[in-house]
Each structure stands twice: as structure tokens, then as C-alpha cells.
Write a protein of this length. Structure first.
Length: 145
């Protein structure tokens, strides 16, 4: 699978560890940065990952910041993107199965490396179920009235 990853300074270590694990598992990984501990603005990296998905360069994305919340908010500003923050396995599966989320957002200050790996595995192994969920996702994609 083609996966784009990105992080700010608060999530760079976890992002790097997850990217290495994904590569070792045979995935094609595009690392959108950041690549060090210097303070950066998370929206820049969220947008890069989101655009990798909307352009077709990646199928799924993983974003990491301190809480995951800022990354999700920034990624969701890109038209057509659905990103969700998770810290439990059930939610990691459900954002893929029910919400057809293309981006998993994690908080490096919320989940440890072991749980993060489990969450990524649950998310990547899940597929959109369609059916009644398609109607709901369609409503998410429609402009608010």
C-alpha cells in the first residue's frame, strides 16, 4: 500500500518509527516530514499528506503531532479528505470501515509506540464497508447548508 506520513516536531520520533515499520512490512512510504526536532507548524505537514492522497500519490496517510487533534483539523480542511484521531483499536478500525477515513491521526503524547503500532495495524487492515455508511460519508462530503 502507498502510505504518506507526516508529523510536526512533537510527533517526528513516532512518525519515523512507524515509517520504518511500514517500510519493513513492504509498504511504499512517502515521508512528508518534518525531519527533526525544530519547531514547525503542523498544518504544513497535514496539508502535504492530504494532498498526496487527493492527488493519488498515496492511498492512506498517517499524521502525528502531540495530540493528533491539530493534524486532523488541518487535514480535514483539504476538500475530499476525512481524517480522524484515534487512541483505541476499535476507533482505528471504525474510521476506516464506517467513515472511509484516508488519514489516521495519532498523538505522540497520548499513545506510546507499542499502542501506535497496534492502531496503525488495525487502521490499515480495515476496509470501508460501504452500504449505509456510503450515504453518511456522502453527507460529510456535501457542502454544509
Amino acid at each position: 500500500m502507498k502510505i504518506a506520513v507526516g508529523a510536526d516536531h512533537g510527533g517526528v520520533q513516532l512518525k519515523d518509527a512507524l515509517a520504518a515499520r511500514l517500510l519493513a512490512a513492504g509498504h511504499e512510504v512517502t515521508d512528508c516530514g518534518t525531519h527533526g526536532g525544530a519547531s514547525v507548524d503542523y498544518p504544513d505537514f497535514a496539508q502535504q499528506v492530504a494532498r498526496a492522497i487527493t492527488s493519488g500519490a498515496a492511498e492512506r496517510g498517517i499524521l502525528v503531532c502531540g495530540t493528533g487533534q491539530g493534524m486532523a483539523m488541518a487535514a480535514n480542511k483539504v476538500p475530499g479528505i476525512r481524517a480522524g484521531v484515534v487512541s483505541d483499536v476499535f476507533s482505528a478500525r471504525m474510521i476506516a470501515e464506517h467513515n472511509n477515513a484516508q488519514i489516521l491521526c495519532l498523538g505522540a503524547r497520548v499513545v506510546g509506540p507499542g499502542l501506535a503500532e497496534t492502531l496503525v495495524d488495525a487502521y490499515l487492515s480495515a476496509s470501508f464497508e460501504g452500504g449505509r455508511h456510503s450515504r453518511r460519508v456522502g453527507k460529510i462530503e456535501s457542502p454544509a447548508s
